[in-house]
Design a protein around this ligand. Structure first.
Ligand code: PEP
Ligand code: MN
Length: 315
């Protein structure tokens, strides 16, 4: 892909692993969960405790909400960040939270472990440059009207400022289909893995906007090689101040996490058994099973890099 210097896939197909307080994005399958918005200490801390218990590795929650209407709940701002800090102290979960303004990057970074750039700001180049100067990892959502090339160029803006820690997140795009809130483009998982070394997450909550679609899309994302998920979970979704129809209850999230765990175990086992059978067959033909130098093996290595999430995990 032209113009990409720092975001482009590497010649050896190796991929970036971004360490956030010991959680390895790009190295293990990471589920980031939490409310759409931070609404109160009780709501956020209780949700944090519940999602951690279910297996989430990071807490999400918006203190600055970019809303379609200026009259809708805009987030608690600094008060929300302080609540997130409290939730981190209670659970140990690193915090992912959105920053919407260049003037806020440095002080929001004092509370966040990962700064999120929302879909609406994907091409806000001054904001990208500012977070590129931050020491915090950046979760960059795909803009709702953006191509893969535009998205990766936005990652390039951040990387070019010296911040090497960019995590991509597909959250659905606008198409002619209006049944779902957005059209979740799962083909971006192998596409990103083909074109870039950066970790790729899927947000099935904004990607579909429909509660019953979150579980199937999450499982599909795992199988397709995503590095993780960002999912909205609320302790009492019916009372949520934003995105109330797409937030999972704790029970729904627990069920999803069980299915993800079992699916991942199955995929690991499947890949290991296919590997073993291939090595055995190579040995039978007198080939060097460990060599990666033949044309066919090189081609397979590239395909593995694009799809073979279940072989290169570090956890
Ligand atoms: C969010 O994750 O809180 C959010 C607003 O998502 P998006 O930017 O993808 O709409
Ligand atoms: Mn939301």
């Amino acid at each position: 892909m032209k113009n990409l210097k720092l975001a482009a896939a590497r010649p050896d197909f190796s991929r970036s692993v971004i360490d956030v307080n010991g959680v390895k994005l790009g190295g293990e399958f990471v589920v980031i969960a939490g409310p759409c918005s931070v609404e109160s200490e009780e709501q956020t801390v209780q949700t944090a405790i519940a999602v951690k218990k279910a297996g989430a590795k990071m807490l999400r929650g918006g203190a600055f909400k970019p809303r379609t209407s200026p009259y809708a709940f805009q987030g608690l701002g600094l008060k929300g960040l302080k609540i997130l800090d409290k939730a981190r102290k209670e659970t140990g979960l690193p915090i992912v939270t959105e920053v919407v303004d260049t003037r806020d990057v440095s002080w929001v970074g004092e509370y966040a472990d990962v700064l999120q750039i929302g879909a609406r700001n994907m091409q806000n180049f001054s904001l990208l440059r500012e977070v590129g100067k931050s020491a915090k990892p950046i979760l960059l959502k795909r803009g709702m009207y953006s191509t893969l090339e535009e998205w990766l160029n936005c990652a390039e803006y951040i990387l070019a400022e010296g911040n090497p820690n960019v995590i991509l997140c597909e959250r659905g795009i606008r198409t002619f289909e209006t049944y779902t809130r957005n059209t979740l483009d799962l083909s971006m998982i192998p596409a990103v893995r083909r074109e870039s070394h950066l970790p790729i997450l899927i947000d099935p909550s904004h990607g579909t906007g429909i509660l019953s679609m979150i579980e199937p899309m999450s499982l599909a994302a795992l199988v397709a090689g995503a590095d993780g998920l960002e999912i909205e979970v609320h302790i009492d979704p019916s009372c949520a101040l934003s995105d109330k129809d797409q937030q999972l209850s704790v029970a729904q999230f627990e069920r999803l996490m069980k299915k993800l765990e079992a699916t991942r175990a199955f995929m690991l086992e499947l890949d290991a058994s296919i590997d073993a059978a291939e090595q055995e067959s190579l040995r039978g033909k007198g080939g060097n099973a460990d060599s990666n130098s033949s044309g066919a093996n090189k081609e397979q290595s590239q395909i593995d890099a694009e799809t073979g999430h279940f072989k290169d995990s570090v956890d």
